[in-house]
Design a protein. Structure first.
Length: 452
């Protein structure tokens, strides 16, 4: 069989290993990479041999690199490649009947029904990790994948009917996916990825696939205070449970996290290690999912009191001369940066800006003036737009024009005093100055560690 693989990221590589060396392959990718398999009689590789516009895949103009896919017997495409494929092949049903994704293959192949899927705009990775750790604490064998951890096809053959799988599911992965997990969790949905999705409506509808294909035996968990989350949960014919209100987990007025109609006590919020109101939401979402999965949260307290979060999510890098430096590079939307600003009562020096995802900054500019920000360092292509909005709000304590992380961090240090927080939480994607949010966060951490 000749298999076409579109996109050589985590998903494409997991498909290549899943199908194995007995097949022939045509691998196509938007740009050259140094980890392509060697070409041979059985493996051919095609890519665009020129720089492309920074950002998500799906925005290139020249589509000749996709030539030859029509001759493949099966095509497995990375989800963000859909836009290019749609431009190239349109309504060609001969092509689309052969095309699939690793997520389709996973749901068609996996031997367990014990699947928990999590979507939302932010908090997916933290919530999924909490769910996996809590299930493991309850004695379950757990696989974590999807938009976090391993590619799902890397472990699908190892999963037994008794095992649990926790999937982080992005809008790209859910778009056009005709499968839903047994327990589906939808966190808050706010505007995101408007540089890829045609409209906000399309973005929300893509998320709805996490519920659409459930049965009456399945469970739909949704954030009670998010209109979009409530709306798409109605697609599910299964049992619907809100969190952040009864009967799901929520924070009682006395600060205790409780769950169920009888308010079973889980843990005081003062004992959880994760920072910020948004992480209390994530904890409640995870607790609700695990409670529905195994009927117990007996071991949850140990996980919730020890887990301090994922890398690049409000990660404390260092305290130096009374100033704490936090890496929140994963905050690539205005809403997520607003959450980060609210997580600290201390005076803040914040690093904002990057590449433009088509999201409005008005509310963020207003929040900067309200949340004790002493100074802002504004970078990237959105710098002028952000600076203009801040000026309109009467905020002029900012620095523009820096491009090197060492200079950015040095400027932050010069503007900080003991008791302050330096916060990398840009509200924007990283493309242009940095390879991705991880590269941006790692450079920030290196520069901070080098301070003296």
């Amino acid at each position: 069989m000749k298999i076409g693989i579109v996109g050589w990221g985590v998903e494409g590589q997991s498909a290549y290993h899943f199908f194995g060396p007995e097949n022939d392959y045509l691998i196509v990718n938007e740009e050259p990479r140094d980890d392509f398999p060697p070409e041979s009689d059985k493996v051919k590789v095609r890519f665009i041999n020129q720089d492309r516009t920074p950002g998500l895949t799906g925005n290139v103009a020249k589509l000749e690199y996709l030539d030859g896919l029509q001759q493949c017997d099966r095509i497995v495409y990375s989800v963000t490649s859909y836009l290019n494929l749609n431009k190239k092949f349109g309504n060609d049903q001969t092509f689309w009947t052969k095309a699939t994704t690793v997520n389709d293959i996973f749901f068609e192949t996996v031997k367990t029904k014990n699947i928990i899927g999590v979507t939302g705009t932010k908090g997916k990775g933290t919530t999924c990790t909490l769910i996996a750790k809590m299930l493991e604490a309850e004695g379950m064998k757990v696989y974590l994948g999807g938009n976090i951890g391993k590619g799902v096809l890397d472990f699908v053959k190892d999963v037994t009917p008794e095992d649990w799988v926790v999937l982080e599911m992005s809008s790209f992965q859910l778009m056009n996916l005709p499968h839903s997990p047994h327990i589906a969790v939808c966190l808050m949905i706010t505007m995101e990825h408007q540089d890829w999705h045609a409209t906000m409506t399309e973005y929300v509808e893509a998320k709805a696939s996490i519920f659409k294909y459930q049965t009456t035996d399945d469970i739909a968990i949704y954030y009670a205070k998010s209109e979009n989350s409530r709306k798409i949960a109605q697609y599910s014919p299964g049992k619907k449970i809100p969190y952040y209100e009864k009967p799901g987990a929520y924070v009682r007025d006395d600060g205790m996290i409780v769950i169920g109609q009888n308010e079973n006590e889980v843990i005081p919020k003062t004992e959880v290690k994760l920072l910020g109101e948004h992480n209390l939401q994530n904890i409640c979402a995870a607790s609700t999912a695990v409670f529905e999965a195994v009927g117990s949260l007996d071991k949850a307290k140990a996980v919730l009191s020890s887990f301090s979060g994922l890398e690049h999510r409000l990660e404390l890098v260092r305290e130096l001369d009374g100033v704490k430096y936090y890496d929140d590079s994963f905050a690539t939307t205005p809403d997520s940066t607003i959450v980060a600003l609210k997580a600290f009562k201390q005076p803040k020096i914040v690093i904002l800006g990057g590449s433009d995802k088509g999201l409005p900054f008005d509310t963020l500019a207003d929040e900067v003036t309200k949340t004790n920000v002493k100074h802002a360092i504004i970078i990237g292509k959105t710098a002028d737009k952000l600076a203009s909005l801040l000026k309109e709000n009467g905020f002029t304590k900012f620095t523009l024009g820096l491009t090197r992380m060492v200079d950015i961090v040095d400027t932050a240090q010069k503007n900080a005093q003991p008791g302050d927080v330096v916060l990398l939480s840009t509200a924007c994607a990283s493309f242009g100055l940095f390879r991705d949010y991880k590269d941006r966060g790692n450079r920030f951490k290196s520069a901070v560690q080098a301070l003296s």
